[in-house]
Every structure is written in structure tokens, then in C-alpha cells.
Design a protein around this ligand. Sequence first.
Ligand code: FMN
Length: 348
Amino acid sequence: MSETDPKFPKRYPVSVAPMMDWTDRHFRYFLRLISKHTFLYTEMVHTGAILRGDRHRFLQFHPDEFPLSLQLGGDDPASLAECSKIGEDYGYSEINLNVGCPSDRVREGNFGACLMRTPEKVAELTDAMNASVSIPVTVKCRIGIPGKDRLEDLYRFIECVRQAGVRRFIVHARIAILGGLSPAENREIPPLRYEDVESIKRSFPDLLIEINGGIRTIPQMCERLKTTDGVMIGRAAYETPFLFSKVDSVFFGEKDSPKSRREILFRMGEYVEKQIVEPGIGKPHHALRAVLGLFHGEPGGKRFRRILTERMYSDYSSTLLMEAAEVLSASALDPTSSSVETEFSSPV
Ligand SMILES: Cc1cc2nc3c(=O)[nH]c(=O)nc-3n(C[C@H](O)[C@H](O)[C@H](O)COP(=O)(O)O)c2cc1C
């Protein structure tokens, strides 16, 4: 498969990681307001939820969210193939297989990180997925698991799965400890080994090898991009989302100015009203929680967060974002503004 093949994934220097309970459609819409080009992922969706659950709830998205990858979890080739096709029909840009989740529940279901023990199985799964779609199939994995944590093991894993046609690998640069550590501990305790991912990139120059784990700032992204094809950002995306306002100009050559925080708030207010309140689907807080970190580190940011948290569950009104924003300084709302403004008469 060459780079001109439609099944060869496009290179995106920056992406936001799949994160359960975070990267739902509302959070992705919010991120897309901040960055037009960052590649986005869904939360992991298990094949059973698509084949036997409320499919639409898990798969629907707003057209503005593109480019967007659907992350699947599972261990059955036929189910993964069927779900990949369903994902393609929904319009996703890519399908990604989760080979990195260390949770006990996932391990008991024989998918996620424990699949790193059996590269042939992952090749069988991705082969079936690839055969059912005409969009790229990609893999997110760890650098290893106990007993399979040497660089040679990772090399063998990548080589085996590559044979099944996978051309983009996103590698979380930590091993996953299965049993004994919670998923949160598994994102902190095993040390980062960026050099393993860099070594894989050198060994497989024809593949897109992206790196994930512990990357929180633009300089760190620049550093990691010297030796890999892309950086995937997890927790920093919800803790400090406005970080992404610089990503388009720094990494994607975008010339237009990013939206100010004030415009983002205005647009999220509109989104909550038009996409949730008016059609009567969901609850406003499902989308408003995305906004909580928008003013992280800014004067008044903590109070903004507190007001929103206190009121978004039970005391929502269409003016809530504006009212919460009254505690913020003009510079937090719009760095170019010199006057104090708390009304959103216009989005910019
Ligand atoms: C709340 C949360 C949920 C996550 N859910 C998923 C998931 O659904 N699929 C997945 O592949 N990784 C998941 N991860 C792992 C992240 O994608 C990422 O690999 C990890 O957070 C390391 O990146 P970071 O150091 O930039 O946060 C999750 C992480 C967090 C914090």
C-alpha cells in the first residue's frame, strides 16, 4: 500500500486521544471550535454496544467534527469487521482498534492491551476490519505488557500487524501492567519510554508512527515531532483545552486567527441551545462540562469553573455561560481586548 492509496491514512501531526467519559460528541465539537485541524477520536466503543445496543447514541456526530476516527474495542474478527463497515457508513474518516486499554473489565473481555500478547490475533482482527472497509484501519497500542516488554517484542508486534495492512500506529510510550494497577495508575506509574517509539519509527520509515503519553505543551509536541509522525494528546486536552488554539498555526500552517475564548463560549452556548435544549435530547451539562477547563490558569478561571459546576446540573438557563463568565477578566475572554466586557452581544 502506498501513500496515494485511499486506505493509506493521512498524516495529522496532532491528535486528541480517545478517552472514555471525555471525548464524546459534545467535547469533540468543543475541541473543533478551538482547533480546525487536530485529528479527533471517539471514546472506545465496544462492538457489542454497536451490534446489540443503541448504535446511534454511540456513533452519531456533528459534521463539524471531521476529521474523526472511530475507536473500536473487541476481539471477534466478524464483529469488528461489521462494526468497521457500520462506522464507514456513518462517515468516519478512519477506524481505530484499541490495543492499549489495561482495565480489568477490558482484560476479562480479552481485548485492549492484553491483545499485545498475541500479535497474530491483532493481525487477524485488523485484516478482517480492513477487508470490510475502504477507509484506513489503524491501531493504538502500548509499547508492551509484562513478559512482552522488550523493544524486539514491540518490533515483532508492529511487523506482524503491518502485514495485515495497518499503516498508522499510535503508541502510548508506556507498558500496560495488567492486573494490580488501575487504568489511572497505568497512565502514571510505568515509565515513559519515548526512545522505543522513536526506534520503531526508524525501523519502519514507511509507516506513520505517532507517539502518545505525557505530552502537555507546544514545545513538547515540537520536540516529539522531530522523531515521530504525530503526537497524540490525552489528559491535557480536557485539563487545558485552549492549548489547542495554537496547534493549527504551529503544526497545520493555518493562517486564520484562532477563535477567542469568548467566541468559543458563545458558540458553545448556541450549541447547547440548538443541539440539546431545543430538540430536547440529553442534558445541558453533557455538553457544558466540556467547557470547564477553558479558562485554566486565567484570572477568575477557578470561579468560572465552580459556578458552572454548581449550576449546570440543576440550574441551567440559556444565560448560564454568560453569567459564569462575568467573573473573568477581559484578557481571559479575549487576549486582544482592552476593555472589560461580560456581554456576548457578538461572537467575536
Ligand atoms: C479518562 C481517560 C479515558 C481514556 N479512555 C481511553 C479509551 O477509550 N481508549 C484508549 O485507547 N485510550 C484511552 N485512554 C488513554 C489515552 O488515550 C492516552 O493513551 C493516555 O491518557 C496517555 O496520554 P496522556 O498522557 O496525554 O494523557 C484514556 C485516558 C483517560 C485519561
